[in-house]
Design a protein around this ligand. Structure first.
Ligand SMILES: NC(=O)c1ccc[n+]([C@@H]2O[C@H](COP(=O)([O-])OP(=O)(O)OC[C@H]3O[C@@H](n4cnc5c(N)ncnc54)[C@H](OP(=O)(O)O)[C@@H]3O)[C@@H](O)[C@H]2O)c1
Length: 244
């Protein structure tokens, strides 16, 4: 089956392409670097020609207000082109609990992306993943200086990007779910504790200071980012991943 993977050069997209091709499919990565711009629509008709499935693994360049326009415009363009090309299944990757953090504009933009897909003309699936292990460093860098890293005590249930990619690939080759599938890591951590584990594993002597106002994840409270009971739980633990 020919599968167009938009954002197929990114962290998740490149791994999804590899898994699908190893499984005998013809997965083709598309991104600005291959000549496709989902914001303008340039290169989309050619990318979708003959594709049975389109997977959207793009990301907004920023997490601010501009992310709303990014996800709206890119989804509108994608669905119009997918309908024209007769694509039978559109898959996106969203975030567990995105609808439970109204204070975070990027998460609201992801909910908008889901809503556009659900209301659109193409049979769809949504994979909702928790925060990637690979994202912990970025989250620490937002509020770090030479001596300290400030992190809130927000509860997270992170997972390896490789496990996210495997979950996406499984959905891509199945029938459209017309719903969301939640996938999550095997353990729940406080984000400040995850920061301490990360720094210790790397021999980084900075101190993690608990600050419930620090960084984007300060906007999530309680169990907002924890997977619901029906989630598929991935195997890789954070300490296993850190040790690789
Ligand atoms: N980070 C997390 O913890 C987390 C958790 C759950 C879900 N997600 C979701 O996972 C998705 C993928 O994330 P990721 O970390 O794999 O992203 P990433 O590594 O930043 O990759 C983004 C991809 O999108 C492409 N892209 C950017 N602008 C584009 C445009 N205008 N047209 C076409 N392609 C464009 C990039 O192409 P270039 O390489 O050419 O720039 C790249 O291939 C995101 O939608 C995110 O919301 C993330």
């Amino acid at each position: 089956m020919k599968i167009a993977v938009i954002g197929g050069t990114g962290l998740i997209g490149s791994q999804v392409v590899r898994i699908l091709n190893a499984g005998g499919h013809e997965a083709v990565p598309h991104s600005p670097s291959t000549g496709l711009d989902l914001l303008s629509g340039k290169g989309l008709p050619e990318a979708l020609d003959g594709a049975g499935v389109v997977v959207n693994l793009t990301n907004s360049p920023t997490f601010d207000d501009a992310s709303t326009a990014f996800f709206r415009t890119t989804m509108d363009n994608l669905l119009a082109a997918a309908e024209d090309a007769g694509v039978g299944h559109a898959v996106i990757l969203s975030i567990v609990g995105a609808d439970r953090v109204p204070g975070l504009v990027y998460y609201r933009a992801k909910v908008l992306q889901e809503d556009i897909l659900k209301a659109g003309p193409v049979p769809y699936s949504i994979v909702r993943a928790t925060q990637f292990f690979e994202f912990v460093d970025a989250a620490m860098s937002w509020t770090a200086d030479e001596h300290t890293v400030r992190l809130p005590g927000t509860l997270v249930q992170p997972m390896a990007a490789a496990d996210v990619a495997a979950a996406v690939a499984e959905v891509v080759v199945g029938a459209p779910l017309r719903a969301a599938r939640n996938v999550a890591g095997p353990e729940v951590f406080r984000l400040d504790e995850l920061g301490r584990i990360t720094l210790a594993a790397r021999g980084d002597h900075r101190t993690v200071v608990t600050d419930d106002t620090a960084g984007l994840f300060a906007a999530a409270s309680g169990d907002a980012l924890i997977a619901p009971g029906d989630a598929v739980i991935a195997k890789t633990t954070y300490r296993e991943w850190l040790a690789r």
